[in-house]
Design a protein around this ligand. Structure first.
Ligand code: HEC
Ligand code: HEC
Ligand code: HEC
Ligand code: HEC
Ligand code: HEC
Length: 362
């Protein structure tokens, strides 16, 4: 795969060179189409070669190759779930074409299934080959959005240029049915028919934004200020170590090598006393992991959670508040950061659930 890419690159460069030579050596021949705008924006009409802009990226340095190398190690590049694009409701997050389409239409579904789907790649996030200049590195979308679970809510992660909005448009839960219209109710009951009732896998973006949980506590859930100061890229694209962690691999840790890439935690004088290869600032990561486990056990003992599948046991009536606890548990679980994205918000969503289950005797 990598070789093929290198070959294509070489082909691209060779083509450009051949075109230049061809133009220089041929006296006659039909006028070709105008090239893309040159560095000076003159479309090559002043005698300068427009293809010179290609070399802003396709040059003899390793900078582009490095990004591709890192990206190839990311989960995005594997495309394990790209096949889901055959459904218009899944295509916006699981295929490149679907994401680009919906970023422009604002819809949550694609107009048609995406059969010839590409996995998430450079073009999904960057404006590659739009102007053939370094401006092509701009992200295709950085504006805030209305999350799927509630279209009246706005999430705008504007720190660091808004790149987190790009990530969170995909890394957000889907809505579920039946929806909780009165999540604090201890009298209203519902009987979900799907064991998959709950948020979809990608919870990180909303938890980071301090959104998406049912606020069933006695006061509003608090939020850590990571979301106002940092972007997803601050941590996930921090200084790379090969293609194992950081950069465009987006990995925070590598189990085999025992690496936990915490350079971003320690930077800007934030958690400067943190040791090497740990994210456990003041034991908070361990604390949240323990709370997730505690709530899991309570939900299992209460007969709500199937511990084999981690899904809801169906065929029963549940109070809306019990289902709210279940949703919050899953949101914390699928956030996959054990509170690092948003410690206070995750703490409050778990503690309110633990308290309510305890009040029911579990
Ligand atoms: C902003 C940087 C940038 C500029 C400017 C740029 N490219 Fe690219 N090019 C890329 C990236 C990124 C890829 C995709 C690499 C990948 O997916 O592995 C790419 C891929 C390619 C490919 C492989 C086929 C494809 O489309 O994926 C060719 C050929 C190519 N570029 C030619 C050119 C030519 C010719 C120009 C100038 C007219 C140019 N590029 C300008 C960044 C750039
Ligand atoms: C709003 C965006 C979004 C939509 C819509 C969406 N997904 Fe996902 N899905 C994600 C994200 C993000 C992940 C990865 C989350 C993670 O690993 O933290 C994911 C992960 C998955 C996984 C892999 C789980 C694993 O880790 O093994 C499957 C399977 C999946 N989705 C299926 C679907 C299907 C089927 C649909 C349509 C019915 C769908 N998704 C719709 C965003 C979405
Ligand atoms: C999932 C989204 C995503 C994908 C896929 C992705 N990038 Fe990026 N890239 C980002 C973000 C976010 C940044 C941070 C810079 C920003 O916020 O503008 C970035 C930054 C960069 C930069 C630095 C830009 C600058 O202005 O200095 C380069 C170069 C780059 N990416 C190249 C690539 C290449 C090449 C690929 C494909 C192999 C790729 N990216 C794939 C999201 C992505
Ligand atoms: C187009 C939708 C989309 C965008 C945009 C996107 N992601 Fe993803 N991301 C996914 C999906 C889908 C998966 C699961 C991939 C799979 O299994 O195929 C995933 C997987 C991941 C994973 C690995 C998760 C795991 O549990 O293994 C990380 C980390 C990640 N994304 C971070 C980011 C960051 C950071 C950004 C922004 C720079 C971003 N993503 C932008 C859809 C997206
Ligand atoms: C303060 C640093 C930080 C920020 C900011 C951050 N993350 Fe994370 N993220 C982490 C850490 C640490 C983990 C746990 C990873 C581990 O233990 O390997 C993680 C885990 C994840 C995972 C699960 C995949 C994995 O590697 O285990 C996804 C997906 C993810 N983050 C997406 C995002 C998205 C999307 C954003 C922005 C909306 C974001 N993160 C912002 C630090 C951060």
């Amino acid at each position: 795969m990598k070789r093929i890419k290198q070959l294509i690159f070489t082909a691209g460069l060779v083509c450009s060179v051949v075109m230049i030579i061809f133009t220089a050596c041929t006296k006659e021949g039909p006028q070709g189409p105008a090239g893309p705008a040159g560095k000076d924006g003159t479309n090559g009409t002043n005698g300068k070669d427009a293809n010179a802009t290609c070399t802003q990226c396709h040059n003899w340095s390793d900078s582009l190759v490095t990004k591709i190398f890192q990206y190839d190690a990311s989960r995005h590049s594997l495309g394990e779930t790209t096949f889901e694009g055959t459904r218009t409701s899944c295509a916006p997050c699981h295929t490149s074409q679907g994401f680009v389409e919906c970023a422009s239409t604002g819809s949550d579904t694609t107009a048609a299934p995406v059969y010839d789907a590409a996995q998430i790649n450079c073009r999904t996030c960057h404006k590659i080959h739009k102007t053939y200049t370094n401006n092509d590195w701009e992200l295709i979308v950085t504006s805030g959005f209305n999350p799927r679970y509630d279209k009246t809510v706005t999430i705008d992660l504007a720190a660091d240029g808004g790149g987190s909005n790009l990530c969170a448009r995909c890394h957000q839960p889907r809505t579920t049915s039946p929806w909780l219209t009165n999540p604090s109710s201890t009298t209203d009951s519902l009987k979900p028919t799907s064991s998959r009732w709950g948020p979809h896998y990608g919870a990180a973006g909303v938890v980071f934004a301090a959104k998406g949980a049912f606020e069933i506590g006695t006061s509003a859930f608090r939020s850590t200020n990571h979301k106002d100061a940092l972007s997803c890229a601050t941590c996930h694209q921090a200084q790379a170590q090969g293609a194992l962690v950081g950069g465009h691999s987006l990995w925070m840790s590598n189990e085999e090598e025992g690496i936990k890439n915490n350079v971003s935690c320690k930077s800007a004088g934030c958690h400067s006393s943190l040791g090497n290869n740990t994210f456990d600032v003041n034991g908070k990561e361990t604390e949240i992991a323990g709370m997730i486990q505690t709530l899991k056990v309570k939900l299992a003992v209460a007969g709500m959670l199937d511990t084999n599948t981690n899904n809801l046991k169906t065929g029963k009536w549940y109070k809306q508040k019990q289902l709210a606890v279940f949703w919050n548990y899953k949101l914390a679980f699928y956030d996959k950061s054990n509170g690092i994205h948003n410690y206070l918000y995750t703490y409050d969503m778990l503690q309110s659930g633990i308290d309510y289950m305890a009040s029911l005797g579990y």
